[in-house]
Design a protein around this ligand. Structure first.
Ligand code: GDP
Length: 297
């Protein structure tokens, strides 16, 4: 289960302070030491851990908490609030264009789950938002990627715009946008090239695609199992091309939590969705508060 170790440790720490009628500064300090270890063990970015501990400590050691009737509960609430804040506070909705089609660029490294997520997102857009999405196969470097998207399109009965591997991604996107207008698609989801590493060519290509038509969303798909690497990838993509949101995949696995807890704070971009499995219906909106509740029990 995701966050298992973190949840276990935090819940253990919390149970010690929960019913206390009196909480001393020493109690808070001890608790914070344990929370700090738990976060570091979950592979949370060190700077994020430090500022989190600082914020929680400052609030928890405040007079109104110490003198309240239920100080233990108050401290737990502060931890929960700050954990929620750390993950973005509010759920962040998809930004749709006033002037259709809405263009969503899907970016990420190979194997992160980008193509699968593109299919899942199209499914969400149709089912929950009543949209008519067009999937665009712009990853020409891995021939199997086009086939994979087409297979997903068939499975979902959704159209996939593909021009093979000989046409440049920029031309594919240009033609796809025209096609979308003709066929009245109100959302265009572009599956771009996933590479093994972030490289100049990949970034330039994304910039060229962006220059054609400013996308309404640029979703970076990252594998939550890769912890802080996911955070570094998010940072690099954000600096190079600019992202508007993150989709964290494989949260159905036993990810420790580092990516989910650090990405928002490091990149200042919201986690919009989480992948909860390989099937086409396994994509959920990310709710920071629910996630914090799940971790804290
Ligand atoms: P891409 O190279 O980034 O396009 O990655 P793919 O979409 O091909 O996905 C790589 C692998 O990860 C595939 O086996 C997917 O089924 C799997 N995958 C993607 N998202 C999830 C997820 O949320 N949970 C699980 N368990 N597997 C996923």
């Amino acid at each position: 289960m995701a966050f298992e170790g973190l949840a276990e440790r935090l819940q253990g720490t919390i149970s010690k302070i929960k019913g206390k009628g009196k909480v001393t500064e020493q109690d808070v300090k001890e608790m914070m030491r344990e929370v700090r270890f738990a976060l570091i063990e979950a592979d949370v970015n060190l700077k994020v851990v430090k500022s989190f501990i600082k914020r929680v400590s400052e609030r928890a050691i405040g007079q109104d908490v110490m003198k309240s009737l239920t100080p233990g509960q108050q401290v737990i609430k502060i931890v929960k609030d700050e954990l929620t804040e750390l993950m973005g506070g509010e759920q962040s909705p998809i930004k749709f264009s006033q002037k259709p089609p809405t263009v969503i660029l899907m970016v990420g490294l190979q194997g992160a789950g980008k193509t699968t997520t593109t299919g899942k997102l199209a499914n969400v857009l149709r089912k929950k938002y009543n949209r008519k999405p067009l999937l665009v196969a712009a990853d020409i470097y891995r021939p199997a990627a086009i086939k994979q998207l087409q297979t997903l399109g068939d499975q979902l009965s959704l159209p996939v715009f593909a021009l093979g591997t000989e046409v440049s991604p920029v031309d594919i996107v240009r033609q796809a946008l025209e096609h979308a207008k003709e066929e009245h698609h109100d959302v265009v989801l572009i599956d771009t090239a996933g590479r093994l590493h972030i490289d100049e060519n990949l970034m330039q290509e994304l910039k060229d695609i962006r220059a054609l038509r400013e996308p309404d969303e640029v979703f970076l798909v990252v594998d939550s199992m890769t912890g802080q690497d996911a955070v570094n990838v998010a940072n690099s993509f954000n600096e190079a091309v600019g992202i508007t949101g993150v989709v964290l995949t494989k949260l159905d696995g036993d990810t420790r939590g580092g990516a989910a807890l650090s990405i928002r704070s490091v990149t200042e971009k919201p986690i919009k969705f989480v992948g909860m499995g390989e099937k086409m219906d396994a994509l959920e909106p990310f709710h920071p508060e629910r996630m914090a509740s799940r971790i804290l029990g």
